[in-house]
Design a protein around this ligand. Sequence first.
Ligand SMILES: [Cu+2]
Length: 123
Amino acid sequence: MGRGMMGGPGMMRLWPRPATVRPGQVSLRVFNAGSQAHEVLVLPLAAGQTAGNLPVGSDGKVDETGSLGEASNNCGAGEGDGIEPGAVGWTTVTLQPGRYELLCNMPGHYAAGMYTELDVTGA
Ligand SMILES: [Cu+2]
């Protein structure tokens, strides 16, 4: 699995920079600093929900229904087969004010900790 560097399950994290953005068109540029392929999806967080609490199915993935966008194309925009280590992928989504969850839905990655919250506030 991976390239044997520091890609153990405990190392699977997402860091949003910044973690708060203004509403409208938001461009996500995802750099994979890990040792295996990853992706980033954007899902709205329901009121009272926090990131990391979606149910994980037997396939190791969460339900992507309602995803607003996805960066999973290696060195490209939109959907693909995953962003390789050391590469970037990107997408642009339109976000209303609210709370969102960014997550990687490669099998097992969500349960390993690949999720974070993105907040959209301001005018
Ligand atoms: Cu991942």
